[in-house]
Design a binder for this molecule. Structure first.
Ligand code: HEC
Ligand code: HEC
Length: 273
């Protein structure tokens, strides 16, 4: 066979084998669709990249109208009604369902760095396939969608909403934490939507500090001496220790907090301070 023909034949065989392997993977049921199982990091990165590129491409011709303060005030009310339950707001947690989705709906406090206005408008109008992000073009008027974009722009300047501290008074300090349960719990309270955490796949977020050095740090959030018990206390009730802070109370149980504290202190081992 001539050289180009042989190359063509080999490519054909390789493509057929790959298709067969993908088919077998799907047919066998081996791929886990559980929202508790995290994506493999390269897969997660690839999907995030594909979404970003797609939004950039599809939103390129949209022209944003000028914004004023009245728009963001109206947008705040619309946001509270339609978006808060999944995305939360500065100092306010999402509803339970928003915490345990995969991918997790991020806090939109950093959306203004990541997206242009026209791109935010496109996302709100069209939603994002296979993520759970709904499309709003048939439910909100064009003006309302621009109001929400104006609010997203203003959000980082808004002080965290004051919030009643939750009444769960269980004491996490006497509980033994389980590292592996802690790793899963971190994803089920959407901690990785605000914090980069070693060993937990998540977006490249800067909303909260990276949780990489918690065994060697002296204080938790500069507020509490860093012991395993205090770390668990903070995870349950950040508002008690920093009433004006941006970390929301997420309704974490004492056992989950102890497990997460165990994981965070252990995850430190692989990371030089
Ligand atoms: C049912 C839950 C849900 C509701 C309600 C919801 N979203 Fe989302 N949203 C998601 C999910 C899930 C994603 C995808 C997150 C990802 O891929 O990282 C998302 C993604 C986004 C993104 C892109 C986030 C990023 O930077 O990666 C924006 C912006 C956004 N939503 C805005 C809104 C606005 C504004 C509203 C209200 C009009 C809203 N969402 C309502 C679930 C929701
Ligand atoms: C909406 C964003 C958000 C979510 C969700 C969130 N945090 Fe935070 N977190 C923050 C911010 C912002 C700070 C910095 C708070 C401060 O110092 O006032 C913080 C601080 C912390 C600190 C102290 C870090 C340090 O360097 O001292 C820990 C520990 C922590 N968070 C753990 C968690 C855990 C565990 C979860 C999940 C149960 C979680 N956070 C969920 C935003 C968030």
């Amino acid at each position: 066979m001539r050289q180009p023909l042989r190359l063509l034949a080999l490519t054909g065989v390789a493509a057929a084998l790959l298709t067969l392997a993908a088919g077998l993977l799907v047919w066998s049921g081996w791929y886990n669709v559980s929202a508790v199982a995290q994506h493999w990091s390269p897969v997660f990165k690839l999907m995030e990249y594909a979404m970003r590129q797609s939004v950039r491409h599809h939103a390129r011709a949209i022209v944003a109208p000028p914004q004023d303060a009245a728009m963001s005030v109206r947008g705040a009310a619309l946001y509270r009604q339609h978006c808060l339950s999944c995305h939360g707001a500065p100092g306010l947690p999402p509803a339970t369902a928003g915490l345990s989705m995969q991918p997790v709906p991020g806090p939109l406090a950093d959306a203004e760095h990541k997206w242009e206005d026209r791109e935010l408008y496109w996302i709100v109008s069209n939603g994002v396939k296979m993520t759970g992000m709904p499309a709003w073009q048939n439910h909100l008027s064009e003006a309302q969608r621009w109001d929400i974009v104006a609010y997203l722009r203003a959000m980082p300047d808004l002080t965290p909403a004051s919030q009643t501290v939750s009444g769960n008074d269980a004491d996490p300090t006497q509980l033994a934490g389980d590292i592996e349960r802690g790793r899963i719990a971190l994803t089920q309270y959407a901690c990785q939507s605000c914090h980069r955490i070693p060993g937990v796949v998540g977006p490249d977020t800067q909303v909260g500090p990276a949780l990489a050095h918690l065994a060697s740090q002296h204080y938790v959030s500069g507020a509490l001496p860093n012991t395993a018990g205090n770390l668990a206390r903070w995870i349950m009730h950040p508002k008690r220790y920093k009433p004006g802070g941006a970390m929301p109370e997420l309704g974490v149980s004492a056992q989950d907090a102890a497990d997460m504290a165990a994981y965070l202190r252990d995850a430190d081992r692989g990371n030089p301070p």
